[in-house]
Design a protein around this ligand. Sequence first.
Ligand SMILES: [Cu+2]
Length: 388
Amino acid sequence: MTVFLVIVVLALLAVTGWQMSKIFQLSRSPDTDTSEIATDKDNNSQGLFMMVFVILFFILMAYCFWYYSRFYLPGGASEHGSQYDNLMFISIAVIMIVQVLTQALLFYFSYYYRGNKRKRALFYADNDKLEFIWTIIPVIVLSGLILYGLFTWSSIMNINEEDDPLIVELYAKQFSWTARYAGEDNTLGKANVRFIEGVNTVGVDVNDNYAEDDIVATELHLPVGRPVVFKLRSQDVLHSAYFPHFRAQMNVVPGMITQFGFTPTITTEDMRSSEYMVDKVRTINEIRKENSQQLMANGEAPLDSYEFDYYLLCNKICGVAHYNMQMKIVVESPEDYNAWLAEQQTFGATMAEQEPPSGQEAEIKQEKRDAPEEVRETMEAMEQGEEI
Ligand SMILES: [Cu+2]
């Protein structure tokens, strides 16, 4: 109803404006020039507007570059990060040079060749040489950019198996991430959503020997300097694993395994003590302090002070809590990483802690797993003592 009323009001306003413009036209004195043809005076003012517009446009552009530079990420914390940033920088530089030159010429020519009764337009059909130049330059520049991009892409995507990469599975579901380390054998056990049951939250196949030493964790720890290959799996909808500080992103698609790899080069501690981060964290904490004072004045709890951490984020709008789908990443020395890993429980140990099923129970469980969904539901209902 409100929308309808707003449309009616807007339509009435438009009619009023149109009627008023008619009244103004009728009330003009007869000496006013009502011709539709542009005079030299019109051409001069329009030409000047063109110049003013392009100058204001360039000022606004320079201001935006300066203002938004505070939101830039720090240098990439992965081996391929600098290649990625270079590619981005070169592309932006080329685009900006072309953009500034062409826009400046476009608007300057509109001004310089503005209509003038004493000037006549020159008939100039074509010039092969000029056309050749402005075709070949973009061809060379674009081919260079595309080739450079292809080489960068293939060097990022092709992970050398000889470098002994660490294999980690990232399991996405609405709205959290779980990591599964491949354990001592560096081979992940098979997994399927059908196996999800109780503590087995990511559906690891208990009968697969490779799964025994797998480690399931809710925090992602990575040793600095070692290549990591992420195998990505989704339980429900399309997610996207986004590691902004490592310049990496890959879709996580239900029903298939996608992968991406990188080598972290800066530990969390080193990143925290970098000049960029110290500055940023100080600014954030100053803002938090100000906000806390206001909160405390209202009798609410103050905000905690902020400390930098790497995060894995979801970059596909996957549902209501998408914004909060994140996992902390800790990049640390290989020693610290090994110490952390040693503290984690293996998948085999977690399952062994569960009440061991008796022979008959194990049989029922297997039967239940293999059964079609309706039958499985009925079996579960019977177990809970419901009358069927
Ligand atoms: Cu998501």
